[in-house]
Design a protein around this ligand. Structure first.
Ligand code: TYM
Length: 362
């Protein structure tokens, strides 16, 4: 049976890249799996087979990963909670998946330690994510050269091992993520394989990634970069909480080009193509379809921005309405946290019992 795991860091409101690149596929997986497994679900009963029938779906807000860059406690507490509300508002349904805070399940850190001991420093050196983060922290350009490692905290370096632990703890077979996470997934497969070989077991399946066409949504200000939570220019990203006026303002300023005709060509026309990708993804069409329609109507980049503004505002409206309802219902959010923690811990304990036995701690 399929077991799905994915995570998101509680470092600010999700942006449209998170939403289109990952969160919307979380939603689809949660629906598809509930539908596909409905008959078994009814027969086996929810308690025996988990909330999504024979397929288990786990979504985690990864607080431990957030600590790899400086965080104020008070703010992190707020953001963890805000992220949970956002996930519920977009439609993540705790009746169909296990939605939980990573740091409330101590087994993540325990497994990460064991996996640290199976992972070479050379492998971590080849990961590019810490290089980018380190450069952002220092306000330098990642492309400017290898950043100085001496001052880097060990957590940032070992970040991908903790991510592998997240995935393996639930023995996940599939992991929906954006393109920036692919190398972490590859490492997770590597580590799973290494553990199985070392301990002569088949405990951990090799986790496959699930990638969508919007795997890499670009910055509105600099289409050479991905849209990111940490870019200094706030108008480079659209947040799920942006008002219609903010959406309009940011998209008006979005970098495109001066060609008159629109063409979908991500390599040569990244700015225009990024907007076409966002627009078509929100409308459930294709970039080619949208570009043909816009060109037929004689619209250039200006019309594209208007259409994208409309589509984004329309998509955000129900999410923001749901967020307001959740603000009025803290008791419900508490209950989601509590039940998510219990269900995740039960799974995590089961895997760790097997791991402890294998490594000689049983
Ligand atoms: P995070 O919090 O940076 O991002 C959450 C998800 O959003 C995707 N994403 C994007 N997709 C398309 N375009 C973009 N511009 C864009 N920016 C972000 C990310 O690929 C991700 O899927 N390390 C992870 C969190 C994590 C995790 C895990 C993920 C921890 N443990 C285990 C999967 C499995 C991260 O920092 O995601």
């Amino acid at each position: 049976p399929r077991r799905i795991f994915s995570g998101i860091q509680p470092t600010g409101v999700p942006h449209l890249g998170n939403y289109l690149g990952a969160l919307r596929s979380w939603l689809e997986l949660q629906q598809a799996d509930a539908a596909a497994s409905a008959p078994e679900h009814a027969a086996a009963g929810a308690a025996a087979s988990g909330p999504a029938g024979s397929t288990h779906v786990f979504f985690s807000i990864v607080g431990l990963h957030a600590l790899t860059v400086p965080q104020a406690g008070k703010q992190l507490r707020r953001e963890r909670r805000a992220m949970l509300r956002c996930l519920l508002a977009i439609g993540i349904d705790p009746a169909r998946c296990t939605l939980f805070h990573q740091e409330q399940v101590p087994e993540h850190a325990e497994l990460a330690w064991i996996l640290n001991c199976l992972t070479s420093v050379g492998k971590l050196n080849r990961m590019t994510t810490w290089k980018g983060k380190l450069a952002t922290l220092r306000g330098t350009d990642a492309a400017a050269g290898e950043p100085e490692m001496e001052q880097m905290n060990l957590g940032l370096y070992a970040y991908p091992v903790l991510q592998a632990a997240d995935i393996l703890l639930y023995r996940a077979t599939h992991v929906p993520v954006g393109e920036d996470q692919l190398q972490h997934l590859e490492l997770a497969r590597d580590i799973a394989h290494g553990f199985n070989r070392q301990y002569k077991t088949s405990l951990f399946p090799a986790p496959a990634h699930i990638i969508t066409p919007t795997k890499r949504v670009l910055s509105l200000r600099d289409p050479a970069q991905k849209m990111s939570k940490s870019a200094p220019d706030a108008s480079s990203r659209l947040l799920l909480t942006d008002s219609p006026a903010e959406v309009r303002y940011k998209l008006k300023r979005a970098v495109t080009d001066s060609e008159r005709e629109l063409v979908y060509d991500p390599a040569e026309r990244p700015g225009v193509s990024n907007l076409l990708l966002m627009l078509s993804s929100l409308r459930g069409t294709t970039p080619e379809h949208e570009v043909a329609a816009l060109n037929a109507a004689g619209g250039g980049a200006g019309r594209l921005k208007e259409a994208t503004t409309e589509a984004v505002v329309e998509a955000l409206q129900p999410i923001q309405a749901a967020l307001r309802r959740l603000d009025d219902d803290p008791g419900y959010v508490d209950e989601v946290e509590r039940s998510g923690r219990e269900r995740a811990r039960a799974e995590a304990r089961r895997t760790m019992a097997a791991v402890r036995q294998l490594v000689g701690f049983g």
